[in-house]
Design a protein around this ligand. Structure first.
Ligand code: GLP
Length: 263
């Protein structure tokens, strides 16, 4: 596992966007490049930079297929807090050559969630799997909506949100946790782990405890993102602010090894 420490949020986003852009550009296979995507505040700077490169003619999304991580159950597309709305508002609507038919987001208004999730897994498989899954994490270390103690083998399915997560996310729902949907559809930890590469963004002081658990703690379903320790190509991109709880040794180790990587 690589941990790429950047000075601040903007640098972390630039690093992650450049990494993703290089992967898309260097993709020479016949099949499209399959990109897994998250919502949340963490990836916004990455989306901005990818859009900038796309609009400047430096990066094409014509051969990219996307799969989003999750969606609230019961929110229609036009709801401004649905992840469908977020993704179009922050990313897809600004890309000049993204094909709408290549965008995949779980349908939170489905009347058959189990079927919706099964088909999602099948569709990912039909493309030969996900090449790169970008993710963020919750303050409790959850990846997608895989709350603490979700199986690390889990597949796409319905998830109950914890009270903690509903409180954290209530900032987008008029600060009322009751207005945050109680359930979501989410890819599983196993779905993320099956992708060829995983890139997790962790920034800000409020994620410091989670970063320490994910990097230095054991692999545990208490912090579902810690599963990435077992992935062969996992990168955590973080900022200085999120490094407050890791040991000095760990911090120095990753700075040292990444410096060598660049030489
Ligand atoms: C939600 C999403 C996660 C995301 C997390 C963190 O819970 N389901 O996929 O990683 O929020 O969001 P933020 O980046 O805003 O801290």
């Amino acid at each position: 596992m690589r941990v790429v420490i950047q000075e601040n949020y903007d640098n972390m986003c630039k690093w992650a966007a450049d990494y993703i852009a290089a992967k898309i550009r260097n993709h020479k296979e016949d099949r499209p490049f399959v990109l897994g995507l998250p919502t949340g505040s963490s990836p916004i700077g990455v989306y901005k930079e990818l859009v900038r490169q796309n609009q400047a003619g430096e990066l094409s999304f014509a051969n990219v297929v996307t799969f989003n991580m999750d969606e609230y159950l019961g929110l229609p597309h036009e709801h401004d807090q649905s992840y469908w709305y977020f993704m179009h508002d922050n990313f897809f609507d600004h890309l000049v050559d993204m094909k709408p038919e290549n965008i995949n987001i779980l349908n939170g208004m489905t009347d058959n969630p189990e079927e919706e999730c099964r088909k999602y897994e099948e569709k990912i498989a039909s493309y030969g799997g996900i090449d790169l899954f970008m993710g963020g994490i919750g303050v409790d270390g959850h990846i997608a909506f895989n709350e603490p103690y979700t199986s690390l083998n889990s597949r796409t399915g319905v998830r109950d949100l914890t009270t903690d997560t509903r409180i954290v996310n209530s900032r987008f729902f008029g600060n009322d946790p009751e207005k945050v949907p109680a359930q979501a559809l989410s890819v599983g930890v196993g779905t993320v782990m099956d992708s060829k590469e995983v890139l997790i963004l962790i920034n800000g002081h409020n994620k410091a405890r989670a970063l320490a658990a994910v990097v230095e703690g054991g692999v545990s379903s208490k912090w579902t993102c810690s599963a990435v320790q077992l992935h062969n190509h996992a990168i955590i991109a973080c900022d200085e602010a999120a490094c407050g709880e890791i040991t000095v040794d760990t911090y120095k180790y990753f700075l040292d090894i990444e410096r060598k990587e660049r030489l």
